[in-house]
Write a protein that binds this ligand. Structure first.
Ligand code: NAD
Ligand code: UDP
Length: 337
């Protein structure tokens, strides 16, 4: 069993990964500045697993704070979720994104090197793919930075590749997530966006719970099955388990390698909306509106590398994702508040 430092562990993906890590018997230290999360998520993680974790409130941009974590706790592996993730916001405040995602990442790496911890799992994103031409997207298709957010992911990936090349002690997993949705089966933890959701799934569940009037469907003239955008939605618990598989893989290997974390199945916006209505029985008011700047028609993973090399297999269907997202929203209409 390993002792795992989870940066951003109070957030949406981090909290679900903490549940799986604790359930598998690992020790967990969470480091989070709570800028987009709250401690209640971690209380619920402990309640669900009947295990305790250590929480340290701090910011990855301040090296003395991270250094302190490494001197206070024995750490074998770092899972690095902490960062900012809203594409639109990254266009308005690029410097803030470079600071948290790139400078913060660099500070973390320097602290890891000092503490002689060389195993890292990094939260990357499918937004780095050029997403024209080859679908499903294999790890080797061209990557491109399309906005300041994906630029921070791309540059961090490239930094990590160079670091692993220069120093053979490093073992790094780049997990390229497609579209994480869903929630823990219990409905006790889930996605809790602040303000108006940017993403499709929380927007739909907030319409269903009465917090938003109607869903705007961005674009209905794409070259897809029904004209609306197609994405590869992946259940957050499947995604959390991919981190456990990556952890096992990296503890026995060196170098830096990328894996796609998606199901390999695409669903259009209309298919998601219609399936949500079927699964929950709740009608979703909607309007067809114009395309959102920067969106691609289709994004879908070739996940064969993760299946073969990590021994990872996604378990959940789109219907499970919708039912679990709704179960969380229904039980927590205002999120953790
Ligand atoms: P989230 O906002 O719920 O979680 C991120 C956590 O990091 C939050 O708890 C926040 O408080 C913390 N944080 C932010 N800046 C910090 C800093 N400087 N120091 C310490 N903590 C800080 O986001 P999420 O959806 O859980 O995403 C986790 C990671 O996965 C992010 O790096 C994101 O870019 C990446 N990712 C997410 C998605 C997605 O759709 N959710 C898709 C691809 C990649
Ligand atoms: N989408 C939409 N209305 C919304 C939010 C998203 O029609 O309110 C569409 C979006 O254009 C894309 C899909 O839903 O085709 C998934 O978008 P999301 O923002 O969830 O993920 P990403 O764009 O990062 O793949």
């Amino acid at each position: 069993m390993a002792s795992v430092l989870v940066t951003g562990g109070a957030g949406y993906l981090g909290s679900h990964t903490c549940v799986e890590l604790l359930s598998a018997g690992h020790d967990v230290v969470v480091f989070d500045n709570l800028s987009n999360s709250c401690e209640e998520a971690l209380n619920r993680v402990q309640e669900l697993t009947h295990k305790s974790l250590t929480f340290v409130q701090g910011d990855i941009r301040y090296q003395d704070e991270i250094d302190q974590v490494f001197s206070d706790h024995h750490i074998d592996v770092v899972i690095h979720f902490a960062g900012l993730k809203a594409i639109n916001e990254s266009l308005e405040t690029p410097l803030t994104y470079f600071d948290h995602n790139v400078v913060g990442g660099t500070q973390l790496l320097k602290s890891m090197e000092k503490a002689k911890v060389f195993t890292l799992i990094f939260s990357s994103s499918a937004t780095i793919y050029e997403a024209i031409g080859d679908i499903p997207l294999h790890e080797d298709v061209p990557v491109l930075s399309k906005n300041n957010y994906s630029y921070t992911k791309l540059i961090t990936e490239q930094m990590l590749q160079q670091i692993a090349k220069a120093d053979s002690r490093w073992s790094i997993a780049l997990l390229r997530y497609f579209n994480p949705v869903g929630a823990h089966k219990s409905g006790r933890i889930g996605e809790d966006p602040q303000g108006v959701p940017n993403n499709l799934m929380p927007y739909i569940t907030q319409v269903a719970v009465g917090r938003r009037k109607k869903l705007s469907i961005y674009g209905h003239d794409y070259d897809t099955i029904d004209g609306t955008g197609v994405r590869d939605y992946i259940h957050v618990v499947d995604l959390a388990n991919a981190h456990l598989c990556a952890l096992n893989n990296r503890l026995g290997a060196k170098g830096c390698r990328a894996w796609n974390i998606g199901t390999g199945r695409g669903s259009s916006v209309l298919q998601v909306k219609n399936s949500f209505e079927e699964v929950t029985g709740i009608p979703i008011a909607f309007e067809l509106s114009s395309r959102r700047a920067g969106d691609v028609a289709t994004s879908c993973a070739d996940n064969s590398r993760a299946v073969t090399e990590l021994g990872w297999q996604p378990q959940y269907t789109l219907e499970d994702m919708l039912a679990d997202s709704w179960n969380w929203q229904k039980q927590n209409p205002n999120g953790y508040n």
